[in-house]
Design a protein around this ligand. Structure first.
Ligand code: 13P
Ligand code: SF4
Length: 309
């Protein structure tokens, strides 16, 4: 397949001819963010996927996000530029093991973070994202037991914020666990006026140094309203593109990973490229599909989330 010289123009043309919408997460490469019709955090992307009147949804993100769009839109063609764009957090919760875990707590309800497979969603009662997890947990009657899956770091943070015990599945995100507390503290010495802002998927040792904790969109809003001019960003650095666009006079410093590597970049998110995005639209593949029984079972907790948030 030949890639046109002006791939951006070719993508724009395909967008018209397919009546497609391109939804992108903040962790995508800058050039992908720049061709997207909408960029958002997981909750905003789900809402947008639920309300779009496009015929084709091109999801510039990872597999569970495109799958979520398909759960909400069974009759639309949902394309993911690279089907191998998975998620270490979703992978850390295999459905068979989770079903056995859930069976140990028959009186508990299951609240699952949206970063999970359709099979895990189908085993859940309510889905949440990092922007509504606390709000949703606070709505559950106090006597009701809760299993929270799959992210133990978000789970622990929600337990603290909502002042609520939960049984946690011990999953985690490979990206947010690479930040080094020691290096973060050293970096702060060089930038004493910088605010540290972090995603709740980070470990507690990192979160305890944060001046603000929130979803990607919440972090973006925070840097716009803060009086400070320097920020250390403890999440995937793809989001810095929108931060720089929104506040060009401010400085954004990626929080350092433990090793001298680019391992704070999500390798799954970064599998998508502008070229693969173009080819997916041109060839109308790779497409997201799933069995209808799984889709219907996964839709129910998704709808509860949209109602509760
Ligand atoms: P949010 O954009 O909802 O904060 O999610 C972050 C994330 O890790 C997505 O994979
Ligand atoms: Fe999954 Fe973490 Fe990548 Fe988000 S950043 S897609 S949670 S591996």
């Amino acid at each position: 397949d030949r890639i046109p010289v002006d791939v951006v123009a070719a993508i724009q043309e395909l967008k018209q001819s397919l009546n497609a919408v391109i939804l992108a997460h903040y962790y995508q490469d800058s050039e992908i963010q720049d061709v997207a019709d909408f960029i958002g955090d997981s909750l905003e992307l789900s809402r947008r996927a639920a309300s779009t009147d496009a015929d084709v949804i091109v999801f510039a993100g990872v597999h569970f996000m495109a799958e979520t769009a398909k759960i909400l839109n069974p009759n639309k063609l949902v394309l993911l530029p690279d089907l191998a764009a998975g998620c270490s957090l979703a992978d850390s919760c295999p459905p068979d093991k989770f079903a056995a875990f859930k069976a140990q707590y028959p009186d508990h309800i299951v609240i699952s973070y949206i970063n999970c497979t359709a099979e895990i969603k189908a085993l859940s009662d309510i889905i949440c994202t990092s922007s509504n997890a606390v709000k949703i947990v606070k709505q559950i009657p106090p006597e009701q037991g809760i299993i929270f899956a799959p992210d133990r770091n978000l789970g622990r943070y929600v337990m603290q914020q909502a002042e609520r015990e939960m049984v946690l599945w011990q999953g985690s995100c490979m990206v947010h666990e690479t930040f080094s507390e020691k290096k973060l503290v050293q970096l702060k010495v060089n930038y004493p006026d910088a605010e540290i802002i972090a995603h709740p998927e980070c470990e507690e040792a990192v979160l305890q140094h944060a001046d603000f904790i929130g979803s990607t969109s919440a972090l973006l809003k925070y840097i716009a309203q803060s009086q400070r001019t320097q920020f250390i960003i403890a999440t995937e650095p793809g989001i810095i593109h929108q931060m720089q666009k929104a506040q060009p006079q401010k400085e954004f410093i990626p929080a350092p990973p433990m090793n001298n590597c680019a391992c704070n970049e999500c390798p799954h998110m970064r599998l998508n490229t502008l070229e693969k995005l173009y080819l997916a639209m041109k060839n109308r593949t790779p497409e997201i599909t799933m069995p209808e029984d799984i889709r219907l079972a996964a839709l129910r907790p998704m709808q509860r989330m949209l109602e509760m948030s």
